[in-house]
Design a protein. Structure first.
Length: 64
């Protein structure tokens, strides 16, 4: 499991956009979102760098 700090996530729509971005990269990924902490935990076969880039391209800068 890889955890990212994701700036700018404030609502369920944001969480869905991030989840969709990860699932476009890896449809089998497991995504857990903690809006309060602005954290996204992902279990995926995709590399952390690719996941981070996908989240950022959805409009949500991510860092580890």
């Amino acid at each position: 499991m890889i955890t990212f700090n994701v700036a700018g996530m404030t609502c369920g729509g944001c969480a869905q956009a991030v989840t969709n971005a990860v699932h476009r990269l890896d449809p089998a990924a497991s995504v857990e979102i903690d809006l309060g902490a602005k954290k996204v935990s992902v279990t995926s076969a995709a590399s952390p760098d690719r996941l981070q880039k996908a989240i950022a391209e959805a409009g949500y800068p991510a860092s580890r």
